[in-house]
Design a protein around this ligand. Structure first.
Ligand code: ADP
Ligand code: ZN
Length: 312
């Protein structure tokens, strides 16, 4: 049995998995209210003890957002975890639980999970991309999770597709995620709506009916209802998403690209034009060398991917 832990923005989610990747038990705890690293570590240990029961555990894998130093077992910037800098969580857990532990960035965990148990099964080289609030990614090259020198490899969301583009949270301009993340889709749609003569489109109508800000989901819904502005926005989004995939294909020559995250929930309305656009953009020798697939693991991808670190 293996344990996987997902240290998310709001909760610690932990699962017990068998070697086939089936989740046999699950437990979670909110991180709000935890005041010190000691309390966070104790909460993690509690969820692990809860799911483990009487089972013998071969290892505990942990997925965390942000910069994770996998080789030293350290979370470099615990965005949501108080007093966290520089603590060797791996060592703390191994000491308390007497089982091997491994730490990994959450996008890398998702990549490995999709490779071992999901849409990337059987691929030689697979690149995983999550189109969510931002863009995360992970690389499995020649069957191995590629971590890089400091284990920070795979920040493809911050590769630049337009040096004069919109300002990104990282300080750079025109990062891929400023065009193709869910947040970016909503922003581009809002800009298009504001610039339109009437200022009102099916997208804004849908958002107002729900009483929420315009989101990527509304853009896809409005496009399906033939809203011209939504369709034009998506055309631009698909173009930039395709550019990002082109860069991936030209860089890594993967046979499989797996796309997850909220935006992938748009389904065929997203994947079909994206496959077409990417095919137009890549250089000739790359055509037909890769497949673009929707992710298969859903909400528990972090838990499953972290546990899969103990699967060879
Ligand atoms: P997080 O970034 O918190 O992990 P998600 O992976 O769910 O969250 O991504 C959230 C983004 O996905 C939001 O921008 C949201 O608008 C978008 N999204 C959610 N559902 C859909 C959908 N059905 N179609 C298109 N975009 C969607
Ligand atoms: Zn950036």
């Amino acid at each position: 049995m293996i344990v996987g832990v997902d240290l998310g923005g709001t909760k610690i989610a932990t699962g017990l998995l068998d070697a086939g990747g089936r989740m046999l038990a699950r437990s979670q705890k909110a991180t709000a209210g935890l005041k010190s690293s000691e309390e966070v570590i104790q909460a993690i240990v509690d969820t692990i003890t809860e799911v483990s029961g009487e089972h013998e555990i071969a290892g505990v894998g942990l997925a965390s957002p942000g910069a994770v130093d996998t080789r030293r077992g350290i979370i470099r910037n615990g965005v949501n975890l108080p007093g966290w800098n520089g603590i060797s969580l791996q060592w703390e857990l191994e000491k308390r639980l007497q089982v091997p532990a491994k730490l990994i960035n959450d996008a890398n965990a998702a990549a490995w999970g999709e490779y071992v148990y999901g849409a990337g099964r059987g691929a030689q080289s697979m690149v995983y991309v999550t189109l969510s609030t931002g863009i995360g990614s992970g690389l499995v090259l020649d069957g191995k999770l590629y971590l890089g020198t400091s284990s920070f490899a795979g920040e493809l969301g911050h590769t630049v597709v337009d040096p004069n583009g919109a300002l990104c949270g990282c300080g750079q301009r025109g990062c891929w995620e400023t065009y193709a993340s869910g947040t970016a889709i909503a922003r581009q749609a809002s800009e298009a709506a504001a610039a339109a003569a009437e200022g009102m489109t099916q997208m804004t109508v849908l958002a107002e009916a729900e009483g929420v800000p315009l989101s990527a989901k509304h853009v896809f819904q409005a496009a399906a209802m033939n809203d011209k502005l939504a369709q034009e926005t998506l055309e631009q989004v698909i173009h930039y998403t395709g550019l990002g995939l082109m860069n991936i294909i030209h860089s890594f020559n993967p046979d499989c690209i797996v796309i997850g995250g909220g935006v992938s929930r748009a389904g065929a309305a997203f994947f079909e034009p994206l496959r077409g656009k990417t095919g137009e953009l890549v250089m000739e020798p790359y055509r037909g060398t890769y497949a673009i697939k929707p992710a298969e693991l859903k909400d528990d991808v972090g838990i499953i991917g972290a546990a899969a670190l103990f699967v060879e």
